[in-house]
Write a protein that binds this ligand. Sequence first.
Ligand SMILES: Cc1ncc(COP(=O)(O)O)c(C=O)c1O
Length: 387
Amino acid sequence: MNQDYFKSWVEAKKQSGSYALPPRIDGKNDAIILVNDQEIINLSSNNYLGFANHPSLKEKAIEAIKTHGVGAGAVRTIAGYNDLLETLENNIAAFKQEEAAIVFQSGFACNAGVIQAIALEGDVIFSDELNHASIIDGVRLSRAKKFVYPHNDFKALKTLLQEHRSSYRHALIISDGVFSMDGDIVDLPSLVAVAKEFDCLSYIDDAHGSGVLGPYGKGTVAHFNLSGQVDFTIGTLSKALGVVGGYVACSQIMKDYLIVNARPLLFSTALPAAVLAPLIEGFKLLKDSQKQVDLLWHNARYFQALCKELGLTLLPTQTPITPILIKDEARAVAISRACLKDGVYISAIQFPTVPLGTARLRVMISAAHSEEQLYKAAHIIAKHINA
Ligand SMILES: Cc1ncc(COP(=O)(O)O)c(C=O)c1O
C-alpha cells in the first residue's frame, strides 16, 4: 500500500517543531524517573497519591500471581469472573456509596462501552465541550443524537433541553467531574438540578476526582454531597489508585443491564489478578488516606503559588492539575525539551488533546513529590518560559 500520505503527515509535523514523543523511562514511574541515567523530576504522571509504587500494593500483586496466575483466561461473560473481581467491585460500590460497580479494562473502555450501551437510537446525549476523548468516542459509537454544550454552562444546556428534550426518549447529560486538561470542576449541583428538571440520566467521569476530591478522596460527587443523585459515576483505577482499569458505579439494575450489554465486557479479556489484588489493597488504603490526600493538596497549593510568584500564566484550575498556558504548539514542545535537559519532565499538551492555539505544559502534582523537588522544578520551568 502507498503510505505517502502518512509519511508526509509525519514529516510536516516534525518540520513544524510540534512532533513530540515522551522519553523512555528506565525502571519505575515515580516522582523521580531515570532517563538516560539522569534523575529527572517527573511532573507528568497521574500517580496522585503515590500508590503506583506502594510496597503493600506491589506485595499483593506478587501474591496474587502465585495464587491466581497471570491471565484472566477470556472475556468475563465467557470465562467467568474470579473472587478478586467480585471483591473489588463490592469495595468500589461501598467506597462510592452506590448499589453496585462494574470494573472495566480501562477508564477509556468504560466510557466507550457504557455510553454506547445506554444511549440508543431515539435517545439524546448532551455532552460538555471539554469532555475527555473517551467520552467523545463513546458518544460517537452510540446511535443517539448528540448536542455539545458550552463548557460548564448549565444555562446554555437548559436552553438546549427546552428546545430538544421532548423529541427523544431517554436523555443523558455527560460531564467530566474534574476536567483533565484544565483542572476545573463541574458545577455538579447545577447539572443534577437540570437533569432532574428535564428527566435526564446524569453521567460523571470522575477519573481525576477520585482519590483527590471529597473526604478520603471519595470523588466529585461526595465533594458536593450529592451521593446517590448521579446515575453513573465513572472512575479510573490508573490514576490515584496507581494501577490500571476503569469502573462505573451505578444502581444494581444498571449493572444487571450493562454486564450483558457493554461491549468491552463482552468482547475483551478481563483484568488479571496481578491488577485486581493491588486495587483491592488500594481501596483499603484509601479509606485511611486523608493524610495522603491532604499532602497532595498541600503540594498543589505550594506549587501553584510558586508558579504565580514566578510570573507563569496558569489556567484557572481548582485541583492539583496545573496547566501552564503557552499557546503556541512548537514553543510548548521546545520548552518541554529544554526542561527535560535540565532535569524536569513536563509534557507539552497540544491539539487534538486541547483546542488549537491553547497548547500548554500540564503539571501533574503528586503526594509523592517533595517541596524541594517542586521548588527546583518550578524555577527550571520559569527559566525556560521567561527565556
Ligand atoms: C477524564 C478521563 N476519563 C477517562 C480517562 C481514561 O482512563 P484510563 O487511562 O484508565 O483509560 C482519562 C485518562 O486519561 C481521563 O483523563
